[in-house]
Write a protein that binds this ligand. Structure first.
Ligand code: PMP
Length: 363
């Protein structure tokens, strides 16, 4: 445990140390079953209990009723880029998309692929591409279609470090890629039809994607879809072998969120970390935030130093000081500190201290 360092990885990201210790205690034998959780049937009572508990914890944390299905699917959030329009893009019509970064753009591309076979397609209702995705477009600039099948948005843009401060106001049901801020704050769930998130940032390891879909929205999907790509298949029952070990870990992380004050607890924790880090950036002329302050992400904090050479040295020396994975995404450069739920406030304090020392030595 002493060898665990401050981990600012953008994903797969850090898991709570307590959760890893619990998992270690349940390897190689899960209590009462004589084998580990990876080695038992996904239809066994022990696994069914884990799966059901994970789903009910997720509904509980978000304040969702029984009309919400919680699915644990594979293929990553990237599969959802295609599966969403495949199920919900009408034969004749459109869905609105807000383009706030590379992941949004990939979702739009998949909707175009699906729409090409129908008389339909995505409509880009707003985009911040014109300024390198450094902001979330203001609602006054959105060109929404009230008749859209849904409005798709990316709540947090992992690469650029921007985040919607609140849900978009729209007549259409919201569909959200919440991969990089899922369960970091409460959601107004009544406004959504579907929410998806790869687990590997805030809620677990890679290998499982949480998909939450409301019953009345699910009813609107196309008929005659390929079985595995039809959300209805998975909403009806556990259809095929789920990624059992990943779901087991998600259940543990959800238990950890509950034990730490639920989503209100996460908001307090995340706000404190983000304030400390942005505060350090704003107090310095050496570090420079890359996004518009009103669009700042509480999950991925991106900043620049006076030169690329200094940035490379910063990332390298930080690593030497036990601060891992601070290099910005390869497409944008700079520095990125990902401070998801599991990142301890003490890790952010260690980073802020390091930033002070580095500036004193190089500023
Ligand atoms: N959406 C967002 C916001 C992401 O950050 C990522 C991954 N970094 C993805 C989608 C793609 O997720 P996956 O690798 O699980 O397909």
């Amino acid at each position: 445990l002493d060898q665990r360092q401050h981990n600012f990885s953008a994903g797969p990201g850090a898991l709570p140390t307590e959760v890893l210790e619990e998992v270690r205690a349940e390897l190689p034998v899960y209590p009462g079953v004589g084998a580990s959780v990876m080695e038992i049937s996904h239809r066994s009572p022990a696994y069914s209990e884990i799966h059901e508990r994970a789903a009910s914890r997720m509904r509980g944390l978000l304040g969702m009723g029984d009309d919400w299905h919680v699915l644990f699917l594979q293929g990553g959030a990237s599969m959802q880029f295609h599966q969403v329009p495949l199920n919900f893009l009408p034969d004749d019509g459109s869905a609105d998309y807000i383009d706030t970064g590379a992941w949004s753009a990939k979702a739009i591309k998949e909707a175009e692929i699906v729409g090409a076979g129908r008389n339909a397609g995505p409509r880009v209702a707003a985009s911040s591409r014109d300024d390198d995705y450094t902001y979330i477009p203001g609602a006054d600039a959105w060109d929404l279609n009230d008749g859209a099948a849904y409005l798709h948005f990316t709540s947090n843009n992992t690469i650029y470090g921007t985040q919607f401060a609140a849900e978009p106001e729209a007549a259409a049901p919201l569909v959200c890629d919440a991969s990089s801020d899922f369960l970091s704050r409460p959601l107004d769930v009544d406004r959504y039809g579907l929410i998806y998130a790869g687990a590997q940032k805030n809620i677990g390891p890679a290998g499982v994607t949480a998909v939450l879909v409301r019953d009345d929205f699910l009813e609107r999907r196309h008929a005659d879809l390929p079985t595995m790509l039809d959300y209805g298949t998975h909403a009806a029952k556990i259809f095929n072998t789920p990624p059992v070990f990943a779901v087991y870990l998600v259940d543990k992380v959800l238990g950890w969120i509950e034990a730490n004050g639920g989503l209100a607890g996460m908001v307090e924790r995340n706000q404190g970390k983000a304030d400390a880090l942005y505060g350090a950036i704003d107090a310095s002329d050496f570090y420079r935030g890359t996004v518009r302050p009103d669009s700042r992400s509480q999950m991925n904090v991106c900043f620049r130093l006076p030169s690329e050479e200094l940035e490379a040295r910063f990332v390298k020396e930080a690593k030497g000081a036990g601060l891992l994975a601070l290099k910005g995404h390869r497409s944008v450069g700079g520095v990125r500190a990902s401070i998801y739920n599991a990142i301890e406030p003490a890790s952010v304090t260690a980073l802020v201290d390091f930033m002070g020392r580095f500036e004193a030595a190089n500023g």
